[in-house]
Write a protein that binds this ligand. Sequence first.
Ligand SMILES: Nc1ncnc2c1ncn2[C@@H]1O[C@H](COP(=O)(O)OP(=O)(O)OP(=O)(O)O)[C@@H](O)[C@H]1O
Length: 273
Amino acid sequence: MLDTRSQDLRGQTEPAAADLAPTPPKLEVRGLSKSFALQGSSMTVLEDINLQIFPREFVCLVGSSGCGKSTLLNIVAGLINPSTGSVLVDGRPVTGPGSDRGMVFQNYTLYPWLTVSQNIAFGLQLRKMPKAEQRDRIDYYLNVVGLTQFAKSYPKQLSGGMKQRVAIARALANEPAVLLMDEPFGALDAQTKEQMQQFLLELWEQTHVTGLMITHDVEEAIFLSQRVYVMGTSPGRMKREVAIGLPEQRDLETKLSAEFIEIKRQILQSLRE
Ligand SMILES: Nc1ncnc2c1ncn2[C@@H]1O[C@H](COP(=O)(O)OP(=O)(O)OP(=O)(O)O)[C@@H](O)[C@H]1O
């Protein structure tokens, strides 16, 4: 029996955020700071971070190298603790990793000894999901990422883009409340990266998964999201929030539109300030 979140991921329920006012956020970061101990002193990496991501929103976070993007995402994932502040998913405080947050990293993190299907099944097995339901989910998400024919292949037999599609399918198969992605296309060549961006847009149209992705590629952020958070550095803090008013249906031509170029100019300017 699938829960309502899973139905949401399959695009069957939950109206758009704008149709419901006020809608509680799926993910909320409140007054979050993080300091690391460094050679006997303390280095503040994140300062007073606040953000909210609403159901069916796909949001990107951009910032220059070292501003704390990965640290923030790892805190949201529950992999490291904040120094102050909190993270809430569906109103519940995050205290560690959980299947309500699916994570995709830049470096391929598939298990090389497992097939594509087995990789996707990994979290489902941990949760002791009945076999028949596992098979349904695996088939469904293999189809969503267009890899049905590669179900029995091993990661070493796949290209970089295909590996990331498996990683996305594995994260989605748990039907998380929020999909978290840390530079998922950062290791791909320019052409594959563009294909993956197109793929992710189509995936979002199909699943309307709530997502938070970090990238230092401003064009990628604008192309993929409904909102972009711009981070400043030293210490990492939120500088600006930019609503992306582009139509939902986007393709590579969208990147050449005057509206797109204007948004890009504004974000680049914020990053430079
Ligand atoms: N465990 C740690 N101990 C000490 N300092 C850390 C630790 N993890 C991260 N940092 C520091 O925190 C800062 C932010 O790092 P982080 O990796 O979050 O940045 P980023 O914005 O994701 O960078 P990039 O885009 O280059 O990946 C850096 O100065 C880094 O050296």
